[in-house]
Design a protein around this ligand. Structure first.
Ligand SMILES: Nc1nc2c(ncn2[C@@H]2O[C@H](COP(=O)(O)OP(=O)(O)OP(=O)(O)O)[C@@H](O)[C@H]2O)c(=O)[nH]1
Ligand SMILES: [Mg+2]
Ligand SMILES: [Zn+2]
Length: 310
């Protein structure tokens, strides 16, 4: 039986079959994926095969296999930098909520998120929420950021969940897709989920006698159905950033689309675009063809990679 993973709570997974039945399932034996043995080999968004557990009287399901992932996002374990935790998989796009006020999202935060999206091959859309409280100052700053990110190649949407402006446009973006929702605390992620997810609470069935087992473990991600849009939305509570640390210095500029388009014009193919002669990026900056704010973000990220490698 084929099913998709909606939630992971310790060793138990909430899964849903194509005909809409929800089960709690667990893993059979030890899974090896891409040659890596992991204690949490299954992620929200995965497609799995499962069968009824032999001898189980409570209708428990065993996950027996996992489909190859189109993509996934992961996070480095805080305890061990060689260990990674897969947060979600099979994503069509990533929706980042940001705000210009209460609280203001820093540009560095957005840029790191965009780089992670590029590295994971997941298109990013930036949605600025709370437009209802922007005054002229915030609106002007928003328009500047919009121009900057659109020039870099990203879609930017202005939204207010308070007065529902821009929400329809965002819903059209979600349609028929699996989207990751992210953004720092206070930007309106929970408010957004309540606005687009009918019923909100994922109901489970056939789990009497099972509930309570492993349910106290931190939940890293949860997927919601958006039936009217034929879409899925993955929430990542408590997760601020993704596996940026894996990016080698030499590669970082590849994850800035507006830089990527110019890299072939640098004199040296290992150019870091700092002080090398014949650098096409520095030239484009001098000519005002690249955003100096984005370049500053690039330099700051480059520095943080250097620190990590010591
Ligand atoms: N003015 C205004 N307030 C909003 C809007 N959207 C959300 N809020 C408010 O912003 C506050 C934070 O919203 P949440 O949805 O809890 O934010 P969150 O991203 O889930 O935050 P965490 O759970 O801490 O990560 C709440 O008081 C919301 O009512 C909006 O469009 N306009
Ligand atoms: Mg929340
Ligand atoms: Zn260069």
């Amino acid at each position: 039986m084929r099913a998709r993973v909606y939630k992971s709570t310790g060793s138990w997974y909430t899964v849903k079959t194509a005909d809409g039945n929800i089960f709690l399932a667990r893993i059979k034996g030890i899974f090896k994926i891409d040659g890596i043995t992991s204690t949490n080999p299954i992620a929200v968004g995965d497609w799995v095969n499962m069968e009824e557990e032999a001898g189980g009287e409570d209708g428990g399901m065993m996950i027996t296999g996992i489909d190859e992932r189109n993509n996934y996002i992961n996070r480095q374990s805080p305890a061990n930098k060689h260990q990674h935790h897969i947060i979600a998989s099979n994503l069509d796009q990533s929706l980042m909520l940001a705000t210009m006020k209460d609280p203001k999202t820093s540009q560095g935060f957005i840029d790191r998120f965009l780089v992670a999206g590029e590295a994971f091959h997941i298109p990013s859309i930036i949605v600025f929420n709370k437009s209802d409280i922007y005054r002229k100052k915030e609106m002007d700053a928003f328009e500047e950021r919009r121009a900057m990110y659109e020039t870099a190649g990203y879609k930017v949407i202005l939204m207010s969940l308070e007065n529902k402006t821009g929400l329809e446009e965002v819903e059209e973006i979600l349609r028929n897709k699996t989207s990751l929702l992210s953004g720092h605390s206070g930007v309106g992620k929970s408010t957004f989920i309540n606005a687009v997810v009918p019923g909100r609470e994922l109901k489970t069935q056939g789990i009497s006698g099972w509930s309570g087992k492993g349910l106290h473990t931190t939940t890293f991600a949860e997927m919601y159905d958006l039936p009217l849009l034929n879409a899925y939305l993955i929430d990542t509570p408590g997760i601020r950033e993704f596996g940026l640390v894996d990016i080698p210095k030499q590669e970082l500029s590849h994850y800035f689309p507006e830089m990527r388009a110019r890299l072939n014009d640098c004199q040296f193919n290992n150019c870091l675009h700092i002080s090398e002669p014949g650098c096409a990026i520095k030239k484009a900056l001098r000519e005002g063809k690249l955003s100096s704010e984005r370049y500053v973000s690039y330099c700051m990220m480059l520095d943080s990679i250097e620190e990590k490698s010591y």
